[in-house]
Design a protein around this ligand. Structure first.
Ligand code: ACO
Length: 484
């Protein structure tokens, strides 16, 4: 792997400027997170007031380290960042990661411009300012002042809100969702969402990208790069400022151009990006895409022990453009051999409230065998006559025995026992959710993504034919598009 941001994510050495002696200060926490996170490269604290921090030799400046430095993390007050940038540039650093607040977001556009100017003069790229840092699990690198523990995985999260990013690091751990990377972009003075999308688009350690976005400076660059990435891996966006009042709040948060909600909806759709309203839905989708990225065909079967849950799922699927069709006759005839006469064999298949786990097993096992059924949504409502965990085990048994790779999504509704069954299913790579609506919405995302991706592919083909690929698509992606 190569690319402009390669050394940001695979640094050989990092200097932390403002590595405080005070364990409660941001610079100290950053250093501690890097050291204890398993990063294998060299780490140099920079603080003129001391000789050692956390057992590491400290240096008065970056240039005094006298060794090659790839990334300089800057955690000193905003006014001091310019001299730090000059010094880091002279020392030959490639990247400045500027944690400090006090720039564009408080009206100091001049200071932000100056920072970028100095960085450019020395050939450095800037992440930030006004960020909580970044994390890249494959390098064991946690250069944030967020939580230390994260579950490594394949979701990259790019966020314009630092607080949300930190909160999500905790959320992903609690929800057992693995992340490859969390990047706080803050004011995006230089490195922006598009640059990062390009990196993660090529990153073999990342399969899904989540964006929290308030606004972008260069809409064309964003659209072009996102389009070339979304045809290869799903991008999910939480677009803040979906309403006019929200858009105003977003503009005052990081000072970026937000654009109207309708405009954004169009841009995201054109770029092949799945827009979601909230963080929970973003992670619901990401959990699904961790296991499945392609829907093999349009016929979804819903199996449920509760009629209401089935109706809710049907509505949610329909609202997301997925309509249920009647099950094949072969399947209906099979169900009739073991289901009670009052069960419904239409779609949703209602195997009734008292359905034992064996009925779940039989209904699912057969559905996975029949070619005319392409995906299955299994819903379970907890009752006193059935066991959530046993039902979960029956689902896993059916999937494992069939060897099928059809998408299976589960919705388990109930109390703590249902929650345990959800965890059990997730650990066995079956996306599972606590409501029928969330399960149905996640499964529908697979179809939404397929439709978006097809539309983007067609648009890219047209662009290729007319030779209009935008000149701002840099590096490998551009070459890749042009050669197809
Ligand atoms: N080079 C190296 N070290 C220096 C320099 C220098 N030029 N100048 C000062 N230092 C040292 C200081 O002596 C201090 O070390 P010490 O505590 O051992 O004496 C350390 O660097 C830090 O400097 P302070 O002046 O104490 O700064 P402080 O830690 O209070 O604040 C910070 C710095 C954190 C960057 C602050 O200015 C800031 O911007 N905070 C906001 C950060 C933020 O919220 N970012 C957005 C995150 S997103 C979110 O929502 C969470």
């Amino acid at each position: 792997m190569s690319g402009e941001l390669y050394r940001l994510f695979y640094p050989r050495s990092i200097a932390v400027v403002g590595a405080s002696r005070d364990p409660n200060k941001i610079g100290h926490i950053l250093l501690r997170n890097i050291v204890s996170g398993g990063f294998k490269g060299k780490v140099y604290p920079v603080n003129p007031s001391t000789d050692t921090i956390l057992g590491l030799e400290a240096f008065p400046s970056v240039s005094s380290i006298n060794s090659e430095i790839d990334v300089v993390i800057v955690a000193v007050p905003a006014e001091k960042t310019i001299e730090v940038a000059e010094d880091a540039g002279k020392a030959g650093a490639e990247f400045l990661v500027v944690i400090s607040s006090g720039f564009r977001e408080v009206g100091r556009i001049d200071l932000e411009k100056k920072l970028v100017e100095v960085a450019r003069k020395h050939g450095m790229r800037v992440l930030g300012p006004n960020i909580f840092g970044y994390l890249y699990a494959p390098s064991g690198l946690n250069a944030t002042f967020g939580p230390r523990e994260i579950k490594p995985g394949r979701i990259a999260f790019i966020t314009q809100s630092g607080a949300l990013g930190i909160a999500l690091m905790g959320y992903s751990t609690v929800e057992e969702i693995g992340v490859s990377s969390v990047v706080s972009v803050g004011n995006k003075a230089d490195i922006d969402d598009a640059d990062l999308l390009e990196f993660f688009g090529d990153d073999p350690n990342t399969s899904t990208i989540i964006l929290y976005i308030e606004g972008v400076e260069d809409g064309k660059k964003f659209l072009d790069i996102a389009s070339t990435v979304s045809v290869r891996k799903p991008i999910i966006a939480i677009k803040a400022g979906r309403t006019d009042v929200g858009a105003k709040a977003a503009a005052s948060h990081t000072g970026s151009l937000s654009g109207g909600p309708a405009l954004w909806e169009g841009v995201l759709k054109q770029a092949g990006i799945l827009q979601v309203k909230d963080v929970e839905t973003a992670f619901d989708y990401a959990r699904l895409f961790e296991t499945y990225s392609v829907a093999a065909g349009p016929s979804i079967l819903v199996i449920t022990n509760g009629g209401g849950a089935g109706v809710q799922a049907t509505d949610t699927l329909a609202e997301n453009g997925v309509l249920l069709s009647e099950p094949p006759e072969e399947y209906v005839n099979y169900l009739r051999t073991f289901l009670p006469p009052y069960a419904s064999t239409r779609n949703p298949v209602d195997i009734t409230g008292g359905a034992p786990d064996e009925h779940y097993y039989l209904a699912l096992r057969k559905a996975l065998e029949i070619p005319g059924i392409h995906a299955v949504l299994v819903l379970y409502c907890q009752t006193m006559t059935t066991s959530p965990l046993k039902t979960g085990e029956a689902i896993v048994r059916a999937v494992e025995e069939s060897g099928s790779n059809k998408p299976i999504v589960a919705g388990f509704i109930g109390g703590s026992e249902a929650r345990k069954a959800i965890d059990y299913l997730i650990q066995r790579h079956i996306p599972a959710y606590p409501t029928p609506e969330r399960a149905a919405q996640a499964l529908a995302a697979l179809y939404r993504y397929a439709r978006l991706r097809e539309a983007v592919k067609r648009r890219l083909d047209l662009l290729r034919l007319s030779g209009e690929i935008h000149s701002k698509i840099p590096g490998e992606l551009r070459r890749e598009i042009l050669k197809k």
